[in-house]
Design a protein around this ligand. Sequence first.
Ligand SMILES: Nc1ncnc2c1ncn2[C@@H]1O[C@H](COP(=O)(O)OP(=O)(O)OP(=O)(O)O)[C@@H](O)[C@H]1O
Length: 666
Amino acid sequence: MATSFGGPTGDSRRGVASPRPKGREAKNTFCRNVTIYGHCRYENTCPYIHDPSKLNRNENMKKIFDANTPSFTPGPLQANPNGNLTPSSRSAAISPKAANAAVFTPKSQRSTVSTPSLHTKEPVIDWHHQDFPEFVPQNYDGQMVDPNAPGSVLNYQADIFNTPATIPTITSAGHPNPYVQQDSTYYPNANTFQSSPAFHLYWPIGPQPTNLLAYQRTAHDFFIPEPLREELQKKSEVARQILPNSSLPPIEQYYSLVCLDTAQHKNQSLFGYQTWVYKAVSNKDGNTYALRRLEGFRLTNENAIRSIQPWKRVLNGGVVTVHDAFTTRAFGDSSLIIVTDYHPCSKSLAEEHFKTIQVSRFHNARQPASTHIPEQVIWGYIVQIASAIKAIHGVGLAARLITPSKVLITSKNRVRLNACGILDVVQFDNGRTLSEVQAEDLVQLGRLILCVATNNATAHLSMPKSTEYITRSYTPRLKECVQWLLNPLPPPATPATPTAAGPAQKDIDTFLAGIADQFASVFDSTLHAEDTLVGTLSRELESSRLVRLLVKLNFINERPELDASIPVPSGNTATPSTAWAETGERYYLKLFRDYVFHQVDANGHPVTNLAHVLDCLNKLDAGSEEKVALISRDEQNVLIVSYRELKRGVESAFQDLLKAGRSSGR
Ligand SMILES: Nc1ncnc2c1ncn2[C@@H]1O[C@H](COP(=O)(O)OP(=O)(O)OP(=O)(O)O)[C@@H](O)[C@H]1O
């Protein structure tokens, strides 16, 4: 393709020199760079005329520079009683239908600048214009229409903090969502997006990286950070993994079981049964769940299995949500199945912090890993688990199993209590009171912290050694916290210990009050993490918006089967039309595609500039009034259109496609 951004408009972005005019032509031809950009970079060498007074007023010139020719400059906006800003004078504004009157005929050999004109005598292109409600950005120019005085305009730019009450709602009415205007087959549930923010304020939220060089910033600025992308993709991949020749049977509505628990040695001491953990997909909702199977469990009391019901209502960020419990014979025995949320790529605290070594052929043991765990990480665990315990105790339950192998790390420093509710079923009649098992939760938390901090799964069995390690490696605050949790009775009150905050009792509320300062610090870290994620999300929002636009453009551009015509239904009968031919609005779009993606530099080398692409697509999506010079592939014609007209063309063409698709019953 001989795409070049030359011609008299060659002054444009790529700085390509004008092609040589033929003979006398230049003498009477006004330079298009001046017409389009107001100046010509190559004035010294460019053979075209740059001073309008020197121009021969022949017929041709009159046609281009006729004073009566309406200009593209939008007229001043005026507020109408509905609160919309509209052109003050119809004649001064460009009607969207002006695009219909484009004199541009790409197949012709004319080489003059074709400026859409309302007074053109050229035959009107067969453009099946649709009457779409066009999105007109409103209320962004510091001007708002005063609802109390229709027609008057408020200026709220001066003090945005003091005027919101007087600003008419910047809500769904003031910030129409681009997706709402789309056809519902393309954007199902489009109406649910009503309250999304202004879509044409394409400015990244949050701090900008300043110490990066331009070439380093491009991808970094626009896309999701690499580690996060990798983590999310890995999780998605793991969640979708299946075993093609698996012999595991489907259980109830759960199928595609994959065993997550690959350890040969099964620890039966926690539940009293051999356990297995599977990932499975539910055919009811398509979601993936974790199923824990207790092999050989026999249900002797119907009420036991019902004790899982209150756990379904524990929805806490620190607890792996429990969904169901039932018994099954699908494995050839009688097994208890507990269904919980599945967290792909998660590890238990034991897997993370204790190394597993094979002691004998049948027995593995967890050994200390060598790494020292930073105190902030430990406080993060304490705060998250304590808040989970608070939620559990708050509904009259007890976690009952807070051990390193049953606390899951689901993402960086995010922990959740796993296997909750299982002991309530399997030890239903054990006769322990609620306060006993709740007090036991605090002791188990103390033990867990001790083991994790010392990197030793059996640290609680050698207390003096472990306490000495904690004294050496961590602050007295952490040591006091662990001691308070482990002691059966509260220790003597000191200002730093939780007992200082209340009466001498040992419950989760007293503990939370005692570690309030750590809560504040963990909460602050969480807020920072959230800010970062929201910033990332806002970037991805832009990406997803542009993907939709790109998909639309690609639906429209150069459809081979529609190159000559497309059946456009008129009334009930489909009539053939030439609307898809390259003389309609699609021709603009095709040239626009060249302008965005197929630019070449002065040497004819491809330009792959992501910023240029994003800039153009953002303007197209916003329907900006800015004009763009599109050059035909044979370089003989230049077409000047605004992004707004291009956007209208995209909408119109896309609607035609949807109608054609529906009429063919697809
Ligand atoms: N809800 C879940 N979502 C994702 N993975 C899970 C879930 N529950 C457990 N797992 C994973 O399944 C594996 C086995 O879990 P399990 O609780 O049996 O731990 P374990 O280390 O085998 O403990 P034990 O020593 O008691 O056998 C672990 O790797 C754990 O990360």
